[in-house]
Design a protein around this ligand. Structure first.
Ligand code: SAM
Length: 447
């Protein structure tokens, strides 16, 4: 078997894509290796969402240069989101790269790698291609959790975001193909799936006949032995009463909702082209909390969008306090090539972005910490992963809201079991507990 070293940057969709690539290449007799020096083929699955992510890739390519010099037979490829954005530039900055391809070309990875090896001329494939549901997976043994991409692309055109360029237009996979993939995963031991899409709650609009995420969640819920379903990322603009009802009514759907706000200022939201106001966003939060009072909420926020004033930033901080998120992902605005916001002259100074980011982090830590503290003494359902990494005498698992719980088991629980655990201690990044008799109703705050 030839050896494949695969490095993945960025979001869950990239992790999913990397698995498909490893699965497809396995059929071409490549097995995964953790050791870059032992590899015949090195692929970097890249992220372009912020400049920092791209810098990491270029610095890794710099590191790989000496390997390539020592082993001219080595094939180095760059795939994923940087490919359509920087195809030619990647080769210009790193001439040792043999192959560049976008996520649309993943189904053809075997053929592309063969060509790169045979022809010994650089190959760049960054165009669109028909949507294919690839179910190949690497031989990594049974696992409890898996990602399932349900749609590709995004058509929101937020003025800061490069995803419409890197991932193309919105295209949904057919529900039958998704359900079949989930069934197969469950048959191989999976108990929890996360349905992925850049705007996952726009799922199905492009299909004939059209469908939606609410219907898909209902269909996936029917898969026997599947215990939990998550989905990400939702856009507030597409959050419908039907989805909120499905979220409330389907017991397998985890009561954790990630709803990116981006900014608390109506001026900035309009300039971002987000399609909602802070008032509309708060209505949606009210609807979610009315439907599921114990829902855990998380969000994405950007600080330092061009023209963001201190008042705009204060409005974002006020929203964090008002919504009382369980978790917040805060990002400094990063100008992205070809996006309208990058061309603006009123860019915010890097030091101001850094200060706002630090201020926001302090507030979110306090707000999320207060939510988290409420878990002490409660009994939560935990999906057991196995022995705890830190202490093999303890078991480890995750709550409905994806918090890690280390707990004392009684020896009868096994990976894949869902068991009630009484929370005895709330730590910054995990919970501790003991096996309990029965769970309370779904109550869980994520971190
Ligand atoms: N499609 C989702 C949406 O727009 O709601 C989010 C997908 S994106 C992979 C994850 C997060 O990265 C976004 O929600 C946003 O907060 C952040 N992000 C996107 N573009 C950015 C940029 N140019 N600079 C900083 N953060 C950015």
């Amino acid at each position: 078997m030839a050896k494949l070293h695969l490095i993945t940057y960025g979001c869950q969709m990239n992790e999913y894509d990397s698995e498909r690539v490893a699965g497809l290449l396995r059929e071409q007799h490549y097995e995964l290796t953790d050791d870059a020096r032992a590899a015949d083929l090195i692929l970097l699955n890249t992220c372009a969402i912020r400049e920092k992510a791209e810098d990491k890739v270029f610095s890794k390519l710099g590191e790989l240069r000496s390997l390539k010099q020592r082993n001219p037979g080595l094939v180095v490829g760059v795939m994923g989101c940087m490919a359509p954005l920087h195809g030619a530039a990647i080769r210009a900055r790193a001439p040792m790269v043999d192959l560049v391809f976008g996520s649309a070309a993943i189904a053809r990875v075997g053929e592309l790698v063969d060509r790169a090896r045979r022809e010994r001329t650089p190959i760049v494939e960054t165009g669109e291609a028909p949507l294919v549901k690839i179910t190949a997976r690497p031989d990594t043994g049974p696992r409890l959790r898996a990602y399932v991409t349900v749609m590709e692309g995004c058509e929101k055109h937020c003025t800061f975001c490069v995803v419409p360029v890197t991932r193309g237009r919105e295209r949904s996979h057919r529900p039958e193909a998704i359900v079949a993939e989930v069934r197969d995963l469950v048959a191989h031991g999976c108990r929890e799936v996360t349905l992925l899409g850049q705007t996952v709650n726009a799922y199905g609009r492009d299909l004939t006949p059209p469908t939606d995420l609410a219907e898909l969640l209902a269909e996936v819920s029917e898969v026997d032995d599947l215990r939990r379903i998550r989905f990400t990322t939702s856009n507030p603009y597409n959050l419908t009463p039907r989805l909120i009802a499905a979220f409330r009514d389907l017991p397998k759907v985890c009561k954790y909702f990630h709803l990116p706000l981006q900014s608390g200022s109506n001026t900035v939201l309009a300039e971002m082209n987000r399609g909602y106001t802070r008032e509309r966003y708060l209505e949606l939060i009210d609807d979610l909390r009315t439907a599921v009072p114990e829902v855990a909420l998380s969000t994405d926020l950007i600080v330092g969008f061009p023209g963001e004033t201190e008042d705009d930033f204060a409005a974002t901080v006020a929203m964090v306090e008002r919504v009382a998120y369980d978790n917040v992902f805060a990002f400094r605005y990063s100008p992205r090539p070809g996006t309208p916001a990058a061309a603006r002259r009123d860019q915010v100074d890097a030091a101001v972005k850094a200060r706002r980011n630090a201020d926001l982090l302090a507030v979110t830590t306090r707000v999320a910490g207060a939510r988290s503290a409420r878990l002490a003494g409660r009994t939560l359902e935990v999906l057991v992963d196995g022995a705890s990494r830190k202490d093999a005498r303890m078991l480890s698992g995750r709550t409905d809201c994806n918090r890690v719980v280390n707990f004392e088991g009684d020896g009868v629980t096994a990976p894949g079991d869902c068991v009630p655990v009484r929370i005895t201690e709330v730590l910054p990044h995990s919970l501790r507990g003991t096996l309990a008799v029965k769970p309370e109703e779904a109550v869980c705050f994520s971190r």
